[in-house]
Write a protein that binds this ligand. Structure first.
Ligand code: 4AD
Ligand code: MG
Length: 432
């Protein structure tokens, strides 16, 4: 007898098969028991009819506790009443692992309780759906960059240099030296772009940020493309094509997950339309001031209410261009005619999800960059390898970083970034 997965039921209608599963839920009457079964690939219903099975099978079915693992035998049939479309008529049940007093019951639980039980919470259908969206974004990311001539390069996690400022670093011992956990692979990706042309990385990054917002994780995954011989305008085109591609693939391949998440698909479709709108930082500040934000002055960084207002002024993700030099990292290319702004852009997601991409054209001039490193209080010895890139065939180049979890949160339509990663590292949360 063949052992199958629930997701493949459609290929086995009328066959008697085995399925390894967990009992997600159950209800029964005197004559019939319905088991809600899940095996990680999908959920479907198992039906046990008292008059059609040995009495001990019926009694066993009626007594199964939530999350008991079982090996089910039965016949796959069509089930027009369920959205999944198939069910199993159970003839045999073997208990594999008992489950007593499973802590996550169908009733409502508080977030702290659920986060404490994250190792079990992942089994629930909503969390499962979010992880399917995450998996699709990961898959589509590789497809996009592989089919567009990019080479995957892995920057180190243990590093001695800090691209994004020194205040949010995780310090660690590196034998008799001090090292940090990478907050961005960018500087290494610039070196890689000079070796391979178009490159991308995809890995974990760390920020010791003491912020407790719905957008911040301590450990998150970032996709960082870097492109040689490319100016910022062309980089913006890569960015919008990439994000639209992610949205389209989630729509194409996560239909059921989006249903479970009750995500508005018509809204998502709008995000596949290119190009995305662009607004300068200067105009964004004016827009905010005109609309009653008197807490913002030219030169300030945007907070989430500002980003949300700007995003709501457009129907698609929006690029905010050319921020003040003083609030951006040392490596950004200076504006050709203004010395107060740099050539950069953040992409702000719609619906209040905030910044999903930060990117820029990179400074190419050796003397300028050395001066920036000094002005930012960085140790130029630690950056001498990076400065080498400007000594030996420096070329215009641009790149960006997309935050995986913010993108998952947005496309899933969930409230908080902590549900977009299997085991979130948050302020004051290292377990499970
Ligand atoms: O804007 P950031 O800091 O940019 C960089 O690190 C550049 N070096 C990237 C590059 O040009 N190669 O971070 C990029 C993105 C943000 O737009 C956001 O989506 C995400 O990373 N991000 C976070 N996501 C979750 N939690 C945090 N604490 C995050 N910080 C940044
Ligand atoms: Mg940023």
């Amino acid at each position: 007898m063949e052992q199958i997965q629930i997701i493949d039921s459609k290929n086995h209608v009328g066959e008697t098969v085995k399925i390894g599963a967990w009992v997600a839920n159950k209800r029964s009457s005197g004559k019939i028991a319905f088991l809600q079964l899940r095996d990680g690939t999908a959920y479907f219903q198992g039906v046990v009819v008292k008059s059609e099975v040995p009495e001990e099978v019926f009694q066993l079915a009626k007594g199964l506790n939530q999350e008991t693992s079982v090996m089910i035998t039965g016949e796959i049939r069509e089930d027009t009443r369920s959205k999944f479309g198939y069910e199993i008529g159970i003839t045999g049940i073997e208990v594999i692992g008992e489950s007593n007093e499973y802590p996550i019951t169908p009733k409502e639980h508080g977030t702290d309780f659920l986060m404490d039980h994250r190792h079990l919470w992942l089994r629930s259908s909503k969390q499962h759906a979010v992880m399917q969206v995450r998996n699709e974004i990961i898959r589509a990311t590789y497809e996009f960059f592989n089919t567009n001539g990019f080479v995957k390069i892995d920057p180190p996690i243990l590093t001695g240099s800090a691209p994004e400022g020194t205040t949010e670093l995780f310090h660690t011992n590196y034998f008799d030296e001090e090292a940090y956990l990478s907050q961005s692979g960018q500087l290494y990706m610039e070196a890689a772009a000079m070796a391979f042309g178009k490159v991308f990385s995809f890995g974990p990054t760390f920020r010791a940020e003491k912020s407790k917002t719905r957008r911040h994780l301590i450990e998150f995954w970032m996709i960082e493309p870097e492109m040689a011989f490319m100016h910022q305008e062309d980089s913006l085109e890569v960015q919008e094509k990439y994000v639209a591609f992610l949205v389209q693939n989630v729509l194409d391949n996560c239909d059921h997950a989006l249903d479970i998440l009750e995500r508005d698909k018509e809204l998502l479709k709008k995000y596949t339309k290119l190009p995305f709108p662009r607004i300068s930082y200067d105009d964004a500040v004016e827009l905010l001031k005109k609309n009653g934000f008197d807490d913002i002055e030219w030169g300030d960084d945007f907070g989430s209410p500002h980003e949300t207002f700007i995003a709501n002024s457009f129907e698609q993700p929006v690029f905010i261009l050319n921020y003040p030099k003083a609030i951006k990292p040392f490596y950004m290319k200076p504006h050709p005619t203004r010395d107060d702004v740099v050539i950069c852009a953040d992409m702000i997601a719609p619906e209040g999800y905030g910044e999903i991409i930060g990117g820029s054209e990179r400074a190419t001039d050796y003397e300028f960059l050395l001066e920036q490193i000094r002005q930012h209080g960085l140790d130029e010895k630690e950056y001498s390898w990076y400065l080498d890139l400007r000594k030996y065939g420096s070329v215009p180049h641009s790149g960006f970083g997309l935050g995986l979890e913010r993108t998952v949160t947005w496309l899933s339509g969930i409230e908080h970034v902590r549900e977009s990663i299997p085991f979130p590292r948050l302020l004051n949360r290292l377990y499970p």
